[in-house]
Design a protein around this ligand. Structure first.
Ligand code: NAD
Ligand code: DAU
Length: 351
């Protein structure tokens, strides 16, 4: 049995990762440390709560005493650090929480990890990072592992800072660390502040679909399960201090993606009650400040070194995602509570 300390495991990707570890592998025990922010939801893991290989710990990655105690008590073989503030728009209106969790929190985890390893324990630290650290691409080219960091939003800068700390802790203290930089994920349990679940939930209610700017920004979409499989592989099989780009080879303009979602919902549910197609809900709104134009990942290194490739194409993944949101409308209604309505008003009413 290997013990994995997952941080941020009640969020979107973390909860999918824990589900994969416990459902598809028999030799992992998982400790999930999460402070349960607006994005952390115990309902994301209801079905595995009673699994004897799973333990939830309510706490903050910035709490040094708690992390020290946890490492001493549970003796993990791996730490996978998902915990973060993850939404770019929130980092523009309120960057402080991003500095606190993404930089100071990761630093605290690293300090505790360093003390744990110095005491003679063998453990690896995988930092789950993003392609946004590389900045923005024009119409040509890709992000490689060697692309210089050039983060543009407070979110991206906070993730870049954390990556630099992880790298430095390997170089200076010879700790066993890894970094992955992944493109945009989508799939079940994604909080409806992000493009795809926001558009699905608004389209279901017949509300406006707010597309930023001219809608021509491009993202490289990856189905969340593909990302989680890559992380498990990197954690288990990568050489120390490696960094891997992870992406879906699925580039699409935002406006095309939103139209795809609308057409799929019309096919399944019929048009809106007044007979209009859902595409008519699309509303172009004021652009995101400093909006990155294009992200695109070159994922050859992880393919060549570890044999990982994405398994889910965008159309299939989108259909599975829409299925999930249609089947889980209670989950969707619960997460769009009063604080979500307030967020939505503040973020979109003045655009
Ligand atoms: P999320 O916002 O859905 O979940 C974040 C989780 O971290 C929540 O459960 C939250 O409660 C927890 N958390 C926040 N602050 C914490 C703290 N101080 N201590 C403990 N727990 C805390 O995020 P996500 O989309 O699942 O992203 C997970 C990680 O993957 C992040 O590090 C993000 O930067 C990275 N990433 C995300 C994407 C994407 O498309 N969503 C792509 C690449 C990388
Ligand atoms: O690239 C990886 C990153 O992808 C992760 O590191 C981040 O945690 C994750 O949030 C995501 O960042 P993006 O900013 O790319 O994702 P978001 O879903 O917020 O936006 C995707 C695109 O859609 C972006 O070009 C902005 C646009 N958009 C977004 C929203 C929420 C809209 O046009 N309208 C919207 O309402």
């Amino acid at each position: 049995m290997k013990t994995i300390l997952v941080t941020g495991g009640l969020g979107f990707i973390g909860s999918n990762f824990i589900r994969l570890l416990l459902n598809d592998f028999s030799d992992y025990k998982v400790i999930n440390l999460d402070t349960v922010t607006y994005a952390g939801n115990p309902k994301n893991l209801t079905e595995i709560e009673t699994d004897s290989r799973y333990l939830f710990v309510h706490g903050d990655i910035g709490n040094r005493d708690l992390i020290d105690d946890l490492l001493k008590r549970e003796k993990p073989d791996f730490i996978v650090n998902f915990a973060a503030e993850s939404h770019v728009d929130r980092s523009i209106t309120g960057p402080a929480a991003f500095i606190e969790t993404n930089i100071v929190g990761t630093f605290t985890m690293l300090e505790s990890f360093r003390a744990y390893c110095t005491a003679g324990h063998k453990c690896r630290f995988l930092q789950v990072s993003t392609d946004e650290v590389y900045g923005s691409l024009g119409t040509e080219g890709y992000f490689f592992e060697t692309t210089p960091y050039s983060p543009n939003s407070p979110y991206a800068a906070s993730k870049a800072s954390a990556d630099h700390l992880v790298r430095a802790y390997h170089h200076t203290y010879k700790l066993d660390t890894l970094i992955t930089n992944c493109s945009n994920n989508y799939g079940p349990y994604q909080f409806p502040e992000k493009l795809i679940p926001l558009m699905i939930s608004n389209a279901l209610e017949g509300r406006d679909l707010p597309v930023y700017g001219d809608g021509k920004n491009i993202r490289d979409w990856l189905y969340v399960e593909d990302h989680c499989r890559a992380l498990e592989l990197v954690m288990r099989a990568a050489k120390t201090n490696e960094t891997y780009n992870i992406g879906g080879h699925n580039e699409m303009e935002n406006i095309e993606l939103v139209k795809l979602l609308c057409r799929s919902l019309d096919r399944r549910l019929g048009p809106l009650p007044d007979g209009r197609a859902r595409e008519t809900l699309i509303t172009f709104v004021g652009d995101r400040q400093g909006h990155d134009q294009r992200y695109a990942i070159d994922a050859e290194k992880i393919k060549n070194d570890l044999g990982w490739e994405p398994q889910t194409d965008l159309v299939k993944g989108m259909e599975m995602t829409i299925d999930w949101y249609l089947d889980n409308q209670e989950w969707l209604n619960q997460v769009r509570d009063g604080s979500y309505q307030k967020y939505y008003q503040e973020m979109y009413d003045k655009r």
